[in-house]
Design a protein around this ligand. Structure first.
Ligand code: PEP
Length: 251
């Protein structure tokens, strides 16, 4: 049984007070619940504050990116070693904004995945096609490449620390979510690819989140799709009441 996994990607939003207020409200809402896993990914500079505030809460805290190098002359970068050092649990890698705005390649992302896992961070690996790729019937080829390339060289044990987030680029921040059928098709396809790579046990236990304009009004329908194991949420994770409702599948 895969525990639902609802994660908020705060991106470059909120100030320190706003991040702490949101984290505090979520801590109250989630309490010690065990039926759902909840995570937040604040901006780097607020990670430590949010980690401190959420001590004792089951809410996990992660970063939105990490460097592919452990240390050295990489001005402006943040190493997974540092993230682990301050108490991060996980890191989001391969987000479409990293791929399409900052030009990260599958090879870059694969190096980051390896280094993050080596330094004891779980990984949320994002995969997803652009509108142009969907219209050219390339969705399966693209998500397969993103997932396979991102996970190249991982042992079976390492693969178990990876959550996949299927995020169609055309649905991110646009208000246009994938239909349950579209999400279901891709999730089923990705689970089949995972089975080919790591076997049935890994495919059965790996969580595949859906991301792209998830909100309180559509989360129940998306979560009812077979194979959708959670959500990676951008805009709707920035307000306590909307993310709390998403954590409750819209309830
Ligand atoms: C995201 O950026 O991961 C995302 C899914 O954003 P939004 O929910 O705003 O579409």
């Amino acid at each position: 049984m895969r525990k639902p996994y609802m994660a908020g990607n705060w991106k470059m939003n909120l100030d320190r007070a706003g991040a702490l207020e949101l984290a505090g409200a979520l801590r109250e809402h989630v309490g010690q619940r065990e039926d759902v896993e909840v995570a937040v990914a604040p901006a780097f500079v607020y990670l430590r504050d949010v980690i401190e505030l959420l001590k004792g809460s089951p809410i996990r805290v992660g970063a939105q990116n990490a460097c592919a190098e452990a240390s050295g002359a990489f001005t402006g970068e943040v190493s997974p070693v540092m993230l682990r050092d301050i108490g991060c649990d996980f890191v989001i890698l391969g987000h479409s904004e990293r791929r399409h705005v900052y030009g990260e390649t599958d090879a870059d992302i694969n190096r980051k995945v390896h280094l993050a896992l080596e330094h004891d961070l779980d990984v949320v690996l994002c995969v997803g096609e652009t509108l142009e790729e969907r219209e050219a019937n390339k969705t399966e080829a693209v998500v397969k490449r993103h997932m396979t390339a991102g996970m190249t060289g991982l042992s079976e044990a390492q693969s178990r620390r990876v959550t996949i987030a299927y995020e169609p680029v055309w649905a991110i921040g646009t208000g246009l979510n994938a239909t349950p059928e579209q999400a279901g098709d891709v999730h089923t396809y990705l689970r089949g690819v995972l089975e080919g790579l790591y076997g049935a046990a890994v495919a059965e236990t790996t969580r595949i989140q859906y991301g792209g304009s998830v909100k309180p009004a559509n989360v129940a329908e998306l979560m009812s799709v077979d194979g959708v194991d959670g959500a990676l949420v951008g805009g709707a994770s920035l307000k306590a009441d909307s993310f709390a409702s998403i954590v409750d599948f819209g309830g």
